[in-house]
Design a protein around this ligand. Structure first.
Ligand code: FCB
Length: 447
């Protein structure tokens, strides 16, 4: 599968890696950082596998020069990281904490000096705890606070940032964080979590305006997408699949691209509580790019007499990652062509802002990690991107998840997604075989 040469991508295609603040930085009490909902959630007994926390993570806050050197060696020309809101506004509002901004300022300058385009995400799930104490994303005011924070970040960095990403995967915050309670802030409200979708989207719209007013260049939002496949061709399974598709693939995209919410009547929802006149116009402010995160498809069957009208079914016949996620590269082509067919001219250029796999990457006695399966995963998915581009989808970049093993949310340090192995005790970084493969791929694309 990896023997055939990859097609040639455009010369200005972005080849990168992605990370997120809480998963890598550690240093949770340094330089004035405040608590985030993840600091709180990690202390809840039983919330995170084996009681792991992001207190130290992979110590990137101190070791970032070493991590940047790894990226330079890899040859990437783009790096997606996230800015920790609680470093910039420890209380979630008010003046900026300059020491927090200094960290991202230094990182930005060093990336540019290394020829790597910084691509910051403003919210990758680490909401300041004081805002959660006021209701978090259930509270409309959080949307305005987010725009205020975006402006503070832009005032410091906008002169050097080409592309800003507002939110990462608001679907996961709404469903896992507020709907099911398996992510921070750990609320299990089921459909009563829907206002958090609207408030995040409103935050995206208000932040987009604030970024533009602060001189920002391009603005994007990153959503995760998953082809929804019916478990059978029965009418109930097809309806369950359409319902899931609306929730996962449309709820956070329709409002942004065409100023309306998808039909949620399958959930008994006529309209989302809290939507006011004018909100959808704010949310639908033009964006310059769409970030697409893709890991796997979802297969569904009907679940009658339940608040959620579907249940998730296994997808047999594919290899699975350490997380148990099926490896289906064609699903990435499917989601990209579906987006194009669904939104047509309204669809902006796309960046694949995350794609990768967790494996049980054991180190051999000499320290090496032969992660051939990751190479196969990446190869297959990059080909899937090429297929979508050949079918006319405008994709501008591919950023793999992730540079180095890190804190994987509810799974703690148990899922390794990195191109670089990290020994979590010593913090020693060791390039895996896939690192060399990706380096060679990027070099060949440039050559
Ligand atoms: C995505 C998250 C990212 C990482 C990957 C595996 O949902 O955005 O932080 O955890 O999954």
């Amino acid at each position: 599968m990896t023997d055939l040469a990859l097609p040639k991508f455009p010369a200005d295609f972005a080849w990168g890696v992605a990370t997120a603040a809480y998963q890598i930085e550690g240093a949770v009490a340094e330089d004035g950082r405040g608590d985030s909902v993840w600091d709180t959630f990690c202390r809840r007994p039983g919330a995170i596998r084996d009681g792991h926390t992001g207190d130290v993570a992979v110590d990137h806050y101190h070791r970032w020069p070493e991590d940047l050197a790894l990226m330079a060696e890899l040859g990437v020309n783009a790096y997606r990281f996230s800015v920790a809101w609680p470093r910039i506004q420890p209380a979630g509002s008010g003046a900026a904490n300059q020491a927090g901004l200094d960290f991202y300022d230094r990182l930005t300058d060093a990336l540019l000096a290394a020829g790597i385009t910084p691509m910051p995400t403003l919210f990758h799930w680490d909401l300041p705890q004081p805002l959660e104490d006021e209701g978090g994303w259930l509270n409309r005011d959080t949307a305005s606070r987010f725009a205020e924070y975006a402006a503070l970040a832009a005032q410091r960095l906008a002169d050097r940032i080409e592309l800003w990403i507002t939110l990462n995967e608001p679907f996961v915050v709404t469903t896992f964080g507020y709907g099911l309670g398996i992510h921070a802030p750990g609320k299990a409200l089921l459909l009563d979590a829907l206002p958090t979708a609207h408030h995040q989207l409103l935050g995206h719209g208000l932040a987009t305006a604030a970024l533009r007013a602060s001189g920002a260049g391009q603005v994007a939002i990153t959503n995760n997408y998953s082809p929804a496949w019916p478990a059978s061709d029965s009418q109930p399974d097809q309806a369950a699949t359409a319902a899931y598709d609306a929730l996962h693939n449309r709820l956070f995209t329709d409002p942004v691209l065409h100023a309306s919410y998808p039909d949620l009547s399958a959930f008994g929802v006529r309209e989302i509580a809290g939507v006011r006149d004018g909100d959808l116009a704010v949310i639908a402010a033009p964006i310059d790019a769409l970030g697409v995160n893709y890991y796997n498809p979802t297969r569904l069957s009907a679940l009658p007499d339940s608040e959620l009208p579907f249940q998730l079914e296994p997808i047999p016949g594919y290899p699975v990652t350490a997380f148990g996620w099926p490896v289906v590269p064609a699903g990435l082509t499917e989601i990209l062509t579906t987006l194009r067919d669904r939104y047509g001219e309204l669809l902006p250029p796309i960046y694949i802002t995350e794609n990768g796999c967790s494996l049980e990457d054991a180190q051999a006695a000499d320290g090496s990690v032969d992660d051939d399966r990751r190479i196969g995963y990446l190869d297959g998915h990059i080909r899937a991107v090429a297929d979508a581009m050949a079918a006319g989808v405008d994709v501008r970049g591919y950023l793999t998840w992730t540079l180095m093993d890190n804190f994987e949310w509810g799974e703690g340090y148990h899922q390794r997604f990195g191109l670089v192995h990290v020994d979590f005790g010593s913090q020693r970084r060791t390039a895996k075989k896939s690192f060399g493969w990706y380096r060679d791929l990027i070099a060949a694309q440039r050559g």
